[in-house]
Ligand binder design. Structure first.
Ligand SMILES: *Cc1c(COP(=O)(O)O)cnc(C)c1O
Length: 223
């Protein structure tokens, strides 16, 4: 067993089987990804479009590629043919572009709305009101080639674990609120709550996350 395989198994044994583990492979080479692949891992997360398309062409086709970075509208077309889940939808304009590109490939692309829960100013995302507005808009109902299947959030990067938990709890409560007030439709069904990274995934799961994005605990620190 390789070091990556051992790290992967260590993370997997610390989470319930109901939680989807997305191995964040950004800035890590195909050899390391293959080590995790040989150990059974199929879901990978990438942040950069060019890097993702290169890896997609090089690596096994049964990998489910998650795009977890900040996605620019003009780059959606490169990942639309194959992306499994886009975590970072932070505007109606971006969702519309994903819909347009998905239509070209005769696909329905699953997306998570990125919700802003951190105290930092640099984090992207929608606030709760903006999510409600987007989901209520007639324009959203007309998007037939995307499906919003959940929410994604990133907590403040801080050692103050109590405030991290408060942020996770606020997003979990908001997801519950949406589920109870908005019936599922053709393009809306909340199943995934993507929160938690290497430093905070245990807290995230305790607060209701069912999808975690783990990079450095599997592949080692990035340069
Ligand atoms: C890089 C990244 C991760 C993984 O972070 P680690 O701390 O290495 O686990 C998770 N989510 C997003 C959005 C990222 O950009």
């Amino acid at each position: 067993m390789t070091a990556v395989g051992e790290n992967l198994n260590r993370v997997k044994s610390s989470i319930p089987s109901s939680v989807t583990l997305v191995a964040v492979s950004k800035l890590k080479g195909p050899e390391l990804i293959m080590q995790a692949y040989e150990a059974g891992q199929r879901h990978y997360g990438e942040n950069y479009v060019q890097e993702l398309t290169t890896k997609y062409s090089q690596l096994p086709k049964d990998i489910c590629w998650h795009f977890i970075g900040h996605l620019q509208s003009n780059k959606v077309k490169y990942i639309a043919p194959f992306v499994h889940l886009i975590h970072g939808i932070d505007s109606f304009k971006l969702l519309t572009e994903v819909n347009k590109q998905a239509q070209k490939h005769n696909r329905i692309i699953h997306c998570l709305l990125q919700v802003y829960i951190a105290r930092e100013e640099t984090k992207f995302g929608l606030d709760f009101n903006e999510v409600e507005t987007l989901l209520s808009s007639p324009g959203f109902a007309a998007l037939h080639n995307v499906k919003v299947t959940g929410l994604m959030g990133m907590a403040t990067n801080t050692a103050d674990i109590e405030s991290v938990k408060e942020e996770f709890k606020s997003l979990a409560a908001f997801a519950k609120h949406l589920q109870s007030t908005r019936p599922p439709s053709a393009n809306f069904s909340l199943q995934h709550l993507s929160m938690g990274m290497s430093g905070d995934y245990r807290e995230a799961i305790a607060c209701g996350s069912n999808m975690i994005r783990i990079g450095s605990s599997i592949f080692g620190e990035r340069n």
